[in-house]
Design a protein around this ligand. Sequence first.
Ligand SMILES: [Zn+2]
Length: 303
Amino acid sequence: MKKIFSFLIILLVICGCRNSKSNKITIVTTNFPSYDFVRSITKNSDIEVKMLLKPGMEMHGYEPTPQDIIDINNSKLFVYVGGESDSWIDDVLDDINKDDKSIIKLMDLVDLRDEEIKDGMDAEEEDKEFDEHVWTSPVNAIKIINKLKEEIKDIDPDNNDFYEDNANKYIDEITEIDSEIRDIVNNSKRQELIFGDRFPLLYFVKEYNLNYYAAFPGCSEQTEVSAKTISFLIDKVKSDNIPVIFHIELSNNKIADTIASETGTKVLKFNSAHNITQDEFDKGVTYVDLMKDNIKVLKEALN
Ligand SMILES: [Zn+2]
């Protein structure tokens, strides 16, 4: 953190100059969901949207660069999640210019859930914290977009109808996804998912009343899984006749592959949408696209 502050002092001077040069409104976001939601609302507008996390990067390993801090300082709106991985932000926000800047924390916009440690998980008993992966529930995504929309309308009142329209179109797509998922869950053979991986999908499974088992809770930093957890998950797959083992994006799939080789199940990816690859980013992949992929694999895993 000290490193950041020494940068700050020098850089905020530079920022002052930069600010006066450009009238363009910029919105800075941290991870992919916050970027995607803002992008959908401001699509085809003059607002510039930046994502601090580079495509393909692991969200929980992110550290701000000096340029990132300049960008936050110069932004009209800064959007971040507000969980454990964003703890650096509080220090940065103490030091930057907050006049005429809106700051939105996604975790302030929805009902929070405590991190959960399920049977079989390889977890260190720690102080429990709120789970930060609020965006994984499409219902939360809609709440978040509505709030972001209001904020963006305040920033650029001349184009209110435009933002309203963009946001409503995106919300309609997410509403459609939400009802498709409910449909699948209501008509499925089983209601249980198994992740041979970390489990950042608590808000998703709770939204749809799905049961789950996983190797690690939340985005645990543990990389080595215990033999006990592996054998618990293998037994679960066998006893519950589970057809699909999931891994999440940007994972090495090791645990899922091990379980699959013991049980003959299929290994599929479930998007928790922390981030996307550079290739996906270049193609313009959206949160909705990731959820549509999830719908396909969900159908397979529950039937
Ligand atoms: Zn995570």
